[in-house]
Design a protein around this ligand. Structure first.
Ligand code: AMP
Ligand code: GLY
Length: 423
């Protein structure tokens, strides 16, 4: 098969690495890809939102399977355009990707189908939002409705902060049109767990659990980022939690989407909060998590292409999804100053070490090839992943491997996976 992957981050690198193990794959392309993905796929300089060019490229190369990794093209309807051109494509169509594309939609869906989530109200009028906040309980959470690079969520401690937040989202349009509508929801406390799943429209099969670290600094301080590191599995995702979610959340979401005429095929990412009242949905994403994919996919035993095809064909019920009985930790190496401002273009040394060690991976997020040398090209630069027999060993291995890589401005958190010491 000729496979085209759409995206350019660590997630797409992890997808490419996993797909490359499939005997079904003859040739892989990635648009636009990055310097690390080149190892597995020919990268083509077409942006993920350049739908016409992507479709033309897929037709020209007779692509047998397109995998869309990123949220923007999914929400924008790339799957529909590819399918209209006769290209088999993995990912939700536009009318289903709205599960991630509109937080107001997903909240209303959960309410209508009794899927546990935080209490909320949706607003299109800033004055009405401010009036609501006058009598609200704090802290409270404001969310821009649309896609905002994971940054459209504001946790506000008091009325003044929240009023300012409404202004930022709805009037200043800090997140663009994503702020045309807004969700105001109850603040929840508890452990967060990410559960990714494969969905074929009817059947859902969950993957092994993971946990992300969203804040920039150690001890969960500093600004929210795209994710500074992950571990898998989460020891807090117990059998009991899994059973509750299977009964009240996973299949219920797939069935709700089908009942709404929005059949979902692809990956549903459940962002869960384990509250005292039980697990609740924080958010849905319509794709693999990043950097969750970097710890989940290396542990998957199945042939990724076979699973993806089962999702497209509606035969996922026949797939026995299996994960290795071990653990993985991913530590993101970022550019100092991320997520605010940072310099790029520094040469990266030591990447060859990863080819010499089994169970170690270096997924590229923001890198590019410049005059034959791989250089930093983004806030999040690399995701260093290592496996181990358990989480502690995986964490020690991952941190040891971060020392193999050198570049100017290298920044990382030192407490990825620290929570596992509490169990
Ligand atoms: P989201 O993009 O909706 O996952 O939100 C990003 C992050 O904000 C989550 O991972 C949580 O850490 C936090 N968050 C979102 N919603 C809530 C909530 N209702 N209560 C507490 N924290 C939240
Ligand atoms: N790691 C969170 C996300 O992919 O949105």
């Amino acid at each position: 098969m000729k496979v085209l992957i759409v995206g350019s981050g660590g997630r797409e690198h992890a997808i490419a690495a996993s797909a490359a193990k499939s005997s079904k794959v003859e040739k892989m392309y990635c648009a636009p890809g990055n310097a690390g993905i080149e190892e597995f796929a020919e990268c083509v300089p077409i942006g993920a939102m350049e739908f016409e060019k992507l479709v033309a490229f897929a037709k020209e190369k007779s692509i047998d399977l397109c995998i869309v990794g990123m949220d923007d093209p999914l929400v924008g309807g790339l799957v529909d355009e590819m399918e209209a051109a006769g290209i088999r494509t993995f990912g939700p169509r536009k009318n289903a990707a709205i599960l991630e594309g509109s937080k107001a939609f997903s909240k209303d869906l959960m309410k209508k189908y009794h899927i546990p989530t935080a209490a909320y109200e949706n607003f299109t009028d800033p004055d009405a939002a401010i009036a609501y906040l006058e009598t609200a309980k704090f802290p409270i959470v404001l969310k821009a409705d649309g896609l905002a690079l994971g940054k459209g969520v504001l946790i506000c401690q008091n009325f003044e902060e929240a009023k300012e937040g409404v202004r930022t989202i709805m009037l200043d349009k800090k997140f663009g049109t994503a702020g045309n509508e807004m969700v105001i929801e109850e603040f929840m406390t508890g452990r967060e767990v990410s559960v990714l799943s494969f969905v074929d429209g009817k059947t859902i099969k969950t993957m092994t659990s993971a946990q992300d670290h969203k804040r920039a600094g150690d001890g969960d301080t500093g600004l929210n980022t795209g994710g500074m590191g992950t571990f898998s599995p989460s020891p807090f995702y117990t059998k009991e939690v899994e059973e509750f979610c299977s009964e009240h959340i996973y299949q219920a979401t797939v069935d709700a989407m089908a009942a709404e005429g929005r059949e979902f095929k692809g990956v549903i990412f459940f962002g869960l909060m384990l509250t005292e009242e039980g697990p609740k949905v924080l958010e849905y994403n319509a794709r693999f998590g990043d950097p969750e994919a970097q710890v989940v996919l290396p542990r998957m035993k199945n042939d990724l292409i076979e699973v993806v095809e089962a999702c497209i064909d509606g035969t996922l019920d026949q797939v026995d999804l299996q994960f290795e009985d071990n653990a993985a930790v991913c530590v993101v190496l970022a550019s100092e100053g991320y997520p605010v401002s940072y310099e790029k273009g520094f040469p990266i040394q030591g990447l060859e070490e990863f080819n010499k060690h089994e169970g170690y991976y270096c997924f590229h997020a923001g890198t590019k090839l410049q005059d034959g040398q791989i250089v930093t090209n983004g806030g999040r630069v690399l995701g260093v992943t290592a496996k181990g027999k358990d989480l502690k060993e995986a964490r020690a291995n991952a941190y040891a491997a971060t020392e193999w890589v050198q570049f100017e401005n290298k920044y990382m958190r030192h407490d990825i996976g620290k929570a596992i010491d509490e169990v």
